[in-house]
Write a protein that binds this ligand. Structure first.
Ligand code: ZN
Length: 341
């Protein structure tokens, strides 16, 4: 399996992370990509540089106001003169009968769901490069590759149509799915990140053509807390094309593989033409954001289960944080896929 990667992610190096009132260094660090890259090299995957697709694929998913905000944000922020080293909102309007603001501080609040997506000088460039990585992988699959892996950083699955959050700015998985939709009538996004893919769910909630399935730690006690419940099934024409499979905190291998089986059956009944895997590796037992307890051998089983779905597949990197096992888990899931194909 070929893997798309660029060093351009490095310009995004966020620092701020607020956890239960405590300010910490974020876990979404550039070194993540170095460890994932080592996992790709250990798996002997051929590395490919991304093609630049520009704004078109991003504009299929994100609103014009949001894309303008992200592209202008840093310059407007530094022009304030008394602003901090990263953009973090101090107002989060809930949008009830609200007016779209013109001031950068208001726009920052409008377009961020939480404080976990600080914007720095290189954030926009890195986020754009990540969408090019995802779209390049999708294009390669449309052109005949069986499966391609996209090493995206920053991740994307918490980003809504017009809102950043949870380390995410542009929804790489959603953008890859929209690109695949040019060729396939129905596409599935299966999100195996430990966190619910709330942004992806929100983007496709009323759409019947993209089935969103997420296996994640139960939001009753885990981020994102207010999305990810089993009763969220979609709305309007999209009713029935959103499936959440929350697992009790600490669920291990067997519970996870059972959930994969539930997901597989649901996906088969949808009869999609292509599959996007929102590949978080933070369900690992060794991930610092401890939610689930999947072992490295079981990441191989997850890869095998994905392969047996028999669909052209784009793997898009989501979460997975610094642990000694991060690269090995990536090697494991991709090897499992290849041996079961
Ligand atoms: Zn995650």
């Amino acid at each position: 399996m070929k893997a798309v990667h660029t060093e351009l992610h490095r310009s995004h190096d966020p620092q701020f992370f607020l956890v239960r009132g405590v300010v910490k260094r974020t876990t979404e660090q550039p070194e993540r990509a170095d460890r994932l890259l080592k996992g790709l090299k250990d798996g002997k995957h051929q590395l490919v540089e991304p093609t630049t697709f520009g704004q078109g694929p991003r504009a299929r998913i994100h609103s014009p106001e949001y894309l303008s905000f992200l592209s202008e944000a840093w310059d407007a922020w530094t022009a304030l003169g008394d602003s901090g080293p990263e953009m973090i909102g101090n107002i989060h309007p809930v949008r009830h009968a609200a007016t779209y603001p013109t001031h950068i501080v208001g726009r920052l609040g409008w377009h961020t769901a939480d404080t976990a997506a600080p914007i720095g000088p290189g954030t926009w460039a890195a986020a754009c490069a990540a969408t090019d990585v995802a779209v390049t992988a999708a294009q390669m699959v449309m052109d005949g590759e069986d499966a391609v892996y996209a090493l995206c950083r920053p991740p994307g699955h918490h980003a809504y149509r017009d809102m950043a959050g949870g380390f995410c700015f542009l929804n790489n998985s959603a953008i890859a799915a929209a690109h695949l939709r040019q060729k396939h009538e129905r596409v599935v996004i299966l999100d195996v990140d430990v966190h619910h893919g709330n942004g992806t769910q929100g983007i496709f909630y009323a759409r019947p053509d993209v089935y969103t399935v997420s296996i994640h730690a139960d939001p009753v006690a885990y981020y994102p807390y207010v999305w990810g419940y089993a009763h969220e099934r979609g709305e309007g024409p999209g009713l029935g094309t959103n499936l959440n499979i929350p697992l009790a905190i600490g669920t291990g291998d067997d519970g996870y593989i059972q959930a994969m089986d539930v997901a597989r059956k649901a996906i088969e009944s949808f009869a999609p033409g292509a599959l996007v895997i929102a590949l978080g590796l933070d369900a690992s037992e060794h991930d610092p954001l401890k939610g689930l307890a999947v072992t490295t051998p079981s990441f191989r089983r997850i890869g095998q289960a994905i392969a047996r779905m028999g669909l052209p597949t784009v793997f898009v990197q989501e979460g997975g944080y610094l642990s000694d096992i991060l690269g090995a888990n990536l090697t494991s899931v991709l090897a499992g896929f290849e041996e079961a194909r």
